[in-house]
Design a protein around this ligand. Structure first.
Ligand code: DGL
Length: 261
């Protein structure tokens, strides 16, 4: 029987779990290594050169250690900078996570879309080019949040996070006027961790666009048809700070029910 493929999923923290969850659903046959670069979290607070200098060599080490068949950069703040560097440096398939501006603008009825990401992601040339190429006549509001990723980590770790703090980060997404915002792009993988609260705190209903299912489909296409092994392949979770993770059981749903080692 062929060995199950190994997929390495990388993020600055726990946000990439929202992408992992969809990939595990699509490919229960694979083995997963999830790496949170918590020693450098949050990426949204770092400069572009710093992120490239951090992520490219770190991925080299991780690829050397875990020999994945495919790597997913489950972080918009990094993917909008590093994908070409990674593809030049390492000879294996990489899948990135970038703001889902194209589907959001295609489906908006009011033609008013907001992109909610880290301060880094909304400043990127890459993001501006996506709007230029795929904006399809929409008015696009870029909203850079300084705190929402950290609030999502805190909530997942069981800490109390107030509605007021979340609502303050969300408010600039909602533009009222001749046309009202009807679509918000979740351009940071941490934000779907708070989706229930975002829906509850939104001043009016909108469509929330999360690229995770599309990423999972892309990963599955690149891997090719699943082998006959089913999900006994295991899962591992690592923090670059080397802190032990006490969350294993809480994280099981993201790993398709497996307890990450
Ligand atoms: N999860 C990351 C993203 O998708 C960002 C969080 C951070 O600032 O590190 O952009």
């Amino acid at each position: 029987m062929a060995a199950p493929p190994t997929i390495l999923v990388f993020d600055s923290g726990l946000g990439g779990l929202t992408v992992l969850r969809e990939i595990v659903r699509a490919r229960p046959d694979a083995r997963y290594v999830y790496v949170a670069d918590d020693a450098f979290f949050p990426y949204g607070h770092h400069g572009e050169e710093e992120i490239i200098a951090r992520v490219v060599p770190l991925l080299g080490e991780l690829i050397g250690r875990h020999t994945p068949d495919l790597v997913v950069i489950a972080c918009n703040t990094a993917s909008t900078l590093v994908m070409s560097h990674l593809r030049d440096a390492y000879d294996l398939p990489f899948v990135g996570t970038v703001p889902a501006i194209k589907p959001a603008c295609a489906s908006s009825k009011t033609k008013r879309v907001s992109v909610l990401g880290t301060k880094g992601t909304v400043k990127r040339e890459y993001t501006k080019k996506l709007i230029h190429d795929f904006g399809q006549g929409c008015e696009v509001t870029l909203v850079g949040s300084g705190e929402l990723a950290s609030l999502a980590e805190a909530a997942l770790s069981g800490q109390d996070v107030s509605d007021v703090d979340i609502a303050a980060e969300l408010a600039p997404c909602f533009v009222d006027g001749a046309a009202r915002t009807d679509t918000v792009v979740l351009a940071c993988t941490h934000y779907p961790l708070l989706l229930d609260r975002l829906v509850k705190l939104a001043p009016w209903p909108v469509d929330w666009i999360d690229p995770a299912p599309a990423i999972a489909r892309r990963v599955s296409d690149l891997l090719g048809p699943p082998g006959d092994s089913r999900d006994e392949a295991g899962a591992e979770m690592l923090f670059t700070s080397n802190r032990p993770h006490r969350l294993s059981r809480a994280l099981m749903p993201f790993f398709g029910g497996r307890v990450p080692a």
